[in-house]
Design a protein around this ligand. Sequence first.
Ligand code: 1CP
Length: 350
Amino acid sequence: MPLTSDHPLLDGRTGTSPLVRAYRGDRPETTPVWFMRQAGRSLPEYRELRVGNEMLDACLTPSLASEITLQPVRRHHVDAAIFFSDIVIPAKLAGVEVAIVPGKGPVFANPIRTAADVAALRPLDPEALAPIREAVAMTVAELGSTPLIGFAGAPFTLASYLVEGGPSKDQLRARTLMYTEPQVWATLLNWCADIAGEFLVAQVEAGASAVQLFDSWVGSLSEQQYVRRVAPHSKRALSHLRGYDVPKVHFGVGSGELLRAMHGIGADVMGVDWRIPLDTASERLGGDVPLQGNLDPALLGAPAHVLEAHVQDVLDRGLSAPSHVVNLGHGVPPETDPDVLTRIVELVHG
Ligand code: 1CP
């Protein structure tokens, strides 16, 4: 489906913004920058707003989700907002019982481990996405010419949480299921792909100007297994956006060996983690893929001159790609001094 003429990408608000231009392979006058997990615990204004509000309730209360999304844009003058939500929200809206435990992450009361568990998963009713559409619309109305990035968790990362029942180090249980019950696995990943795809469509239709598909834990897979058992489902998630002309970013932690295969699912831009320099990433991708990344979050706590040299190095290496959006190699750690992030934005823009 095409975007409507009042969508920010088409009505003159974000179509020529530095972020959208860079995502489309162009080099704007200033290099755009935003940060994964820019909303959240590094900001005192976020911590204040969260007092008395559970994480998932905040995500599903449009005024709160919108305000939290806007906070880092006001403070840091980043080139994009990323919608404040969580990768488990579509599962919750499809009726799966999940809580976000402070200091831990998403925890599922009933992990999905058998054919019967998978068969009992219900589709996501588009009506259930109403709070998401409302929050996105409210946010976009405030953002003006700053694009909003919508996002979803990719099927593998989402399925890892569902199978494990919560965060895990190596996604062992999930990978065991992948090998031993390939049919159950495929059905589960298709379900994840469809709820993620619908979540993305809701955000785009309500005004998001780009999307990012997070396959955060994909680095625990071999390339062979990724291509065979995961990539087709990630492709299915993005295929929900067929016909919508929005830039699609794909990102995974520890994905240096998988960059080419991950790009192949239909991504326009590849997010790169901190383990592989951008020039190497660009070479692996054939030199013609816009890149996003890849400051090492560990350097956010380093002395200013060390951090500044690192930012410059990332900018220099980013020149090897057709275009570059500066970001971290993974999310902002909660203990980050937010002034450091503001300073990075000034450096990149300067
Ligand atoms: O600015 C933003 O980026 C905020 C929006 C956002 C996004 C894009 C949040 C809010 N979560 C996510 C995606 C998300 N959630 C991912 C993919 C990105 C990534 O790799 O970081 C993943 C893996 C999750 C799962 C999750 N949710 C975790 C990780 C647990 C683990 O396995 O290590 C955690 C801690 C959460 C909770 C969560 N989600 C978001 C925030 C701000 C928080 C912390 C909640 C709090 O305030 O305590």
